[in-house]
Each structure stands twice: as C-alpha cells, then as structure tokens.
Design a protein around this ligand. Structure first.
Ligand SMILES: Nc1nc2c(ncn2[C@@H]2O[C@H](COP(=O)(O)OP(=O)(O)OP(=O)(O)O)[C@@H](O)[C@H]2O)c(=O)[nH]1
Ligand SMILES: [Mg+2]
Length: 500
C-alpha cells in the first residue's frame, strides 16, 4: 500500500471520528511516524517521496475536518443524521496536499448516537484538478466503500492490519480513475462552459451582459461558428464557448463533437421564449446535443435559459403558455421538470447574473457544505435571509428562513427571486459608496420598510466577498459580528477551494 501511494498522485488517506475525546484519527495511510522516526528520516532524507505525517499532523487534519462538519448548533432529528453526507475539497498547505473529504455519520451500535466521521483522500496539491474534474466518478466509489466499511464497525475499530486490504482496494479503484482521467491533470483548473441554442436565441447577448459590456449589445451580428473567450473566476480559468446557432454550425458541432462538446463542465441551453414557431426545432437540437454528450459518458449539467423574458411581456398569457409548454417538453426529455430553468432578459442584467452564478455554483463541490454552515450561522444570528456573494455579485451560497417571506411580505415563490436578483445590486451600491469613502467600515445598512438589509465586506485571503443579511433591527449586528469570525474560520477553506 505504501508503495502504491508513492506512485500515485493520491498521497494518503486519513479516517477520523468525533469520539468521546473530540476529533480523533482512527486510520491513516501511510502509517504515521513517531517524532523519533521523523528525526531519523530528516537525517537521511533520501526517503522523501511519500507523504510523511506525524500523529500530531493527523490529529490536526481530524480537528480541521470535523470542526467543519459539526459546526452545527441546531439539533437535528436523529434519523436525519444518517442521511447527511457531504463531499468537500479542502486545502492542507502544510502538507502540500489538497483533499477530497467525505463526511458522514456512522452508527456503531443501535443504542448509541450516530458518530460524525471524516475521510480525507489527500492528493498532491499541484494535481488537485484531478479531484475537481473526476469528483463524480470518485464519489460513488467512496460511498460504496463506506457501505461495507460501516457494517464492520461495532464497539471498536478493527486493528489497522485487518482493514488495510480494504483501503488498498479502494486506492486501486481510485488509481484506475487516475490512469484515465476525464480531463488531463494540470496544476490549474480549466473549465469549459458551452452556450448553445438556435440562432437568435440570445446567447451572445447573455455573454456580453455577463461581461458587463452593455454598450456592445446594440447591433449584434449572428455568431459565425464558435467564439471562445475566457474569464478568471475564483482561481480558475473558465472558457466560455459561444456556439453560434445557425443550422450549418449546429451540424458541425454534432459532427465534430470531440472538439466542441467533449469535456464540457456545464451547458447553458438557450430557448427564445417569444419564438414559439421554433420550439420544436430547438428541442430537437437539444436532444441531439444530449445524445452526443451521453456517448462521451459525460454527465454535463444543463442550465436552461428562457431568454427574452422582458418584464413587459412576462405576464402575458402568451408567454406564460410558452413557458409552460417548454417546461413540459423538457420534462419529457429529462423525466422531470428540470430544476435549473431561468427566465432572463438583457434589460434586467441581474436576471442574467443570477442564472450565470447558479451555473458556476454547480461547478463547486463545496457548495453544499458552505450552505450548511451558512444556515447554521443564520440561525445563530437570527438572520432571516443570508447570502454569500463573490466580489462580482455571483451568489456562492444562500439561506432563507420561513420568516423571510412573512417579514418582507413577498410570496414564497417570489422571495428567493427578489433577493437573488437584487443582492448583486446592493454589492454594486456598496462598491460605489466605498469609492467615495462614504463607508467608514466594511459594512452598509439599508432600511427597507421595517427590516434591515446589512451588507458586510469580508476578506478571504486575497479574495473579497460580501455577506448580505436580512434582519429585524440593527441590534442583530452585534450578534453577527460576534459569530462572524467563527463562521469565516470554518468556511474559509471551503471558499478558497470553491471551484479550483
Ligand atoms: N427583447 C429582448 N431581446 C433580446 C434579448 N436577448 C437577446 N435579444 C435580441 O435577440 C437578438 C439575437 O441575440 P444574439 O445574442 O445575437 O443571439 P445568438 O443566440 O447569439 O444568435 P447566433 O449567434 O446566431 O446563434 C438580438 O437582436 C438581441 O438584441 C432579451 O433578453 N430581450
Ligand atoms: Mg451569437
């Protein structure tokens, strides 16, 4: 096993539980070294290729992992605990590794409470794109492994020798994935996002809006073939492929799918909501794209954009019928109404940013655990609604309480929309005022009828982000300030590895 770890970009495993004495490492591969052994290793330092961890190191890893997971102050129903499972990608700069960590509860015997556990697959930091790009293949392997593993844990943990073979089998399964990764392993994560849909469906306009180059929106020409641009976001390079939608180009994408559609991390599919005459043609094209992508065995998530939903037409019977028709057509293809459908309009730039950020967040393995922490933080600080936004106004995570609807008197179906659409505008206001030094502190307060919207600027290493809160009164600020550093402490690493 030690030799296998040396040859792989996977450098080690650490399994820990939250036991009676707090976070405790149980199994570690390669085995940890004692301080004395470490000294000897340092003296004749030829044996340095593998990961060398002391007991203190693996205790540090357990503490870091488990404090992230059980930051939960809310008492969950016991039966729910066993359903909870998260994956997250976390940095361990001290050991030159990045982990894919699996969190779940195990029940050692029926009388005891489920125990929180963490299992970290430590990979070389410079090869961490492997974890991001293959996470959907790694996840089922790990979940299957623990189904069997959990069965064998009763009142005590079997000795390491007895269990090493099963961890070795797990490692071999992961090495199989490493041998034919879905994307070449690089030191910098690169992503490919496709923008497809018929000609004139609004793809290029959407992209220009994302780019904030509003002035270029007038007099757009149809896109000839694929136009590729890249943006840097949250530490990754994201390539945006605008696939011009005229028929001849569409045929080319399908014929040369290995260039255009291969290795796509995400697809935005556009349907012009006003152009009923072409709905069938558009659904056919979508079906073709999906068929080809299925052949590549890539599970590319799709975000549907119903474009040209300008506010003056959105409430008309015609457009409502069109939206309903498209939803039912899409559910015929997918087996259910897809979750990610956004109506956008270039006249409301924030509808576009919101759809875009929902797509980006789909690329983050850490989103679920961040959301979990944000919920916890919101409950502790009595915030009815909380959002975490990137400096560009992308919504990285959000939380809504039932009270949010009552207080704002916005109907349930609308409250999320209203805030997701308006939150980025608050960050823009904040930035404008900050430039004029109108803001003394890193926060701003907006009074909206009898509620308060509080915006705080936060710093996560070199990245600035915003937190937006909906609270009853300014008094909540104290509680928020008290709890903020704790929240940032256990969320920081998740944010640093959000997508890259
Ligand atoms: N009213 C309205 N018009 C829009 C909207 N989005 C795009 N348009 C218009 O639709 C037309 C086509 O938009 P494009 O963005 O060029 O469409 P495309 O999908 O890139 O087209 P191809 O490059 O040929 O595939 C332009 O005249 C845009 O101004 C919208 O939200 N509302
Ligand atoms: Mg175009």
């Amino acid at each position: 096993m030690e030799e296998l770890l040396k040859s792989s970009i996977i450098k080690g495993f650490v399994f820990s539980v939250f036991g009676e004495l707090g976070p405790t490492p149980i199994y570690c591969f390669p085995n940890y070294v004692t301080e004395k052994e470490l000294e000897e290793l340092n003296i004749n330092s030829k044996n340095q290729e593998g990961l060398i961890l002391t007991y203190r190191d693996i205790t540090q890893i357990s503490i870091k992992n488990l404090s992230l997971f059980i930051s939960d102050k809310t008492v969950l129903e016991e039966k729910d605990l066993e359903k909870i499972q998260y994956f997250a990608i976390l940095p361990y700069p001290d050991f030159g590794t990045t982990s894919l960590t699996y969190f779940h509860f195990i029940r050692t015997n029926p009388e005891n409470n489920p125990i929180p556990t963490s299992f970290s697959i430590l990979a070389e930091e410079k090869s961490r794109s492997f974890l991001y790009n293959n996470i959907n293949r790694i996840k089922p392997v790990v979940i299957e492994f623990f189904k069997v593993f959990d069965e064998n844990i009763h009142d005590s943990y079997p000795p390491r020798e007895n269990i090493e073979k099963s961890f070795q089998d797990l490692l071999m399964n992961l090495i199989e994935i490493e041998k034919n990764p879905s994307t070449p392993i690089t030191s910098h994560r690169k992503m490919k996002i496709l923008f497809a849909g018929l000609d004139n469906s609004g793809k290029t306009s959407f992209l220009l809006s994302v780019d904030r180059k509003y002035s270029k929106l007038i007099g757009l020409k149809p896109t000839a073939g694929a136009s590729i641009k890249s943006i840097e976001a949250l530490g990754a390079t994201i390539f945006l492929w605008d696939l011009g939608g005229q028929r001849s180009f569409r045929e080319k994408y399908i014929d040369k799918a290995e260039i255009y559609l291969y290795e796509a991390d995400l697809l935005f599919y556009f349907i012009d909501i006003k152009d009923k005459a072409r709905f069938d043609e558009s659904i056919d094209y979508l079906q073709n794209l999906k068929n080809v992508m299925r052949e590549f065995n890539q599970n590319t998530p799709i975000v549907y954009i119903l474009s040209k939903g300008d506010s003056d037409v959105l409430d008309t019977v015609e457009i409502k019928d069109n939206i309903e028709f498209i939803q039912s057509e899409l559910s015929k293809i997918d087996g259910e109404v897809p979750q990610e459908i956004y109506t956008t309009s270039i006249f409301q730039i924030f509808t576009i940013l919101r759809a875009f950020s929902s797509g980006i967040s789909k690329l983050s393995p850490n989103r679920d655990l961040i959301t979990h922490n944000l919920k916890n933080f919101s409950m502790m600080t009595n915030s009815h609604l909380t959002m975490l936004l990137s400096i560009d106004g992308l919504v990285l995570a959000d939380y809504y309480s039932k009270d949010a609807m009552k207080i704002t008197q916005i109907p349930k179906s609308e409250v999320m929309n209203v805030f997701e659409v308006s939150a980025p505008q608050f960050t823009v206001l904040f930035k404008i005022f900050a430039r004029f030094k109108a803001l003394q502190q890193n926060e701003a307060v907006f009074k909206v009828s009898n509620t308060i919207i509080l915006i705080k600027r936060i710093q996560i290493e070199e990245n600035q982000m915003f937190l937006l809160f909906l609270v009853d009164s300014e008094k909540n600020k104290n509680k928020i300030n008290e709890e903020l550093s704790g929240f940032l402490n256990y969320t920081q690493d998740l944010l640093l590895r959000y997508i890259a």
